[in-house]
Design a protein around this ligand. Sequence first.
Ligand code: GLN
Length: 538
Amino acid sequence: MSGVGKGVATSSIGKILQSRGFRVTALKIDPYINVDAGTMNPIEHGEVFVTEDGDECDQDIGNYERFLNINIYKDNYLTTGRVYEAVIRKERNLEYGGRCVEVVPDIPNEVISRIKTAAKKAKADFVLVEIGGTVGEYQNLLFLEAGRMMKLAKPKDVIFVLLSYAPIPSKLGEMKTKPTQWAARTLNSSGIQPDILLVRSERPMDELRKRKLSVFCNMRPEDIISAPDIESIYEIPLNFEKGKLSNIILKKFGLKLKKENLIDWKKMVSVIKNPKRKIKIAIAGKYFRSGKFTLMDSYISVIEAIKHAAYSFNAAPEITWIDTEKYEKTPKKLKALKNFDAVIVPGGFGSRGVEGKIRVIEYCRKNKIPFLGLCYGMQLAVIEFARHVCGLKDANSTEINPKTKNPVIDIMTEQKEKIKEKKYGGTMRLGAYACEIKTNGIAYKAYRNSKNFSRLAGGNLIIFERHRHRYEFNNKYKELLEKKGLKITGINPELNLVEIIEIKNHPFFIAVQFHPEFKSRPLFPHPLFRELIKVALK
Ligand code: GLN
């Protein structure tokens, strides 16, 4: 079933294999037709994660990167749309030599060849392939077929892990295994026998149910692993190891168990469980409503980046969501922001909630609350500064008001054409771009000592950060804004784009055109988030 944690389970399996000294990579298959996640509504799909090479993909790729501390690239993300697109392009190029191209085997073969390419590029000992969706649905059949064909070709090189959910209906108070039995049988009907069963549930599964599942799913009880809810996702690899999962997996491949190295990871988990300090962070964004439910998945990387940074200071963050639309109606409520140690305005699109976000930024600026703006958050900080410090009352982004007289944020030139031609998919400024850091601010302080995130080139401090935007700081306003106290502390050298802004006389006010959150890793927190937490803890 989708949403029960396949991504985190995949990442955790990767982590435990990696901790045994193997090279691991992971690949996500999303069954929908969209070529990537970039054109998808966050209500439908949660966060769009951006890779170093500019792929807009599922948030699980973010989980892989975070758990495995590796960069994942375009090759590792497949959708039905992407696979069909490639097959059709090859057919048009006569790459099938004029023969009849068919759904089976040509689609699964394309999938297999992509899995192999990803494995080769990563020089991986293990490739984890996560097939999205639910067993038994029509959409992911061809991907299961690819798995089946791979196993047929090399039985010793492929194993299948089925992740299921065992509900405990509250009126009953008893764990039910029927959906899992049914899932295993359904998988059987695709020609696949699961080798390992991970059973997600609220509470741990008992031996009685394990034995029952063993019979019904045609599996040894020891291959059935209970995966109950736990507080932190980072504890899951440790939990899997309690069930000796890496041992079970390696045995199935005929490989010897190597010594585990999870020392630093375990230390982090113990901080998560017993933090010395608490810190209160607000994320001021807009809410996404889906029927009667509110979805907050769209900022998962921001949340994780906050956590990583806080853990490194032995602190646990208490994150509060602030719906900025309420400040538009009742600005008095802004006072509540005083209760937070830091405020983040994350990325976003469109005009809903924007005026509220600008109010939040103004409040943080005036009341010296530590503030970090991300992408849209940076653009809105520029608008706020232009309006309230430089007196440009109607300053705006042309995304919000195309007719503004003071477009301090404007569409990038090359983006205009793309929009005119309705070329929306995968056309933003995407992926990693260079930014040169000036030596006079928070950014320099943050990046200077973090070799994982920056390097020196010709005496300049250079960083590469990931982007996803169409609009940019309008350089026509640079002189005026700088004169009034805006500090531009990061510039993209090729295009002279403003990447980082700060302001004078504030303990911590920084906003960036990129998304630092995508590069934060549990044991290597992002320097900007670290700096924010450091100041906030003070
Ligand atoms: N909407 C803004 C742009 O397109 C910001 C995008 C973002 O926050 N990712 O430039």
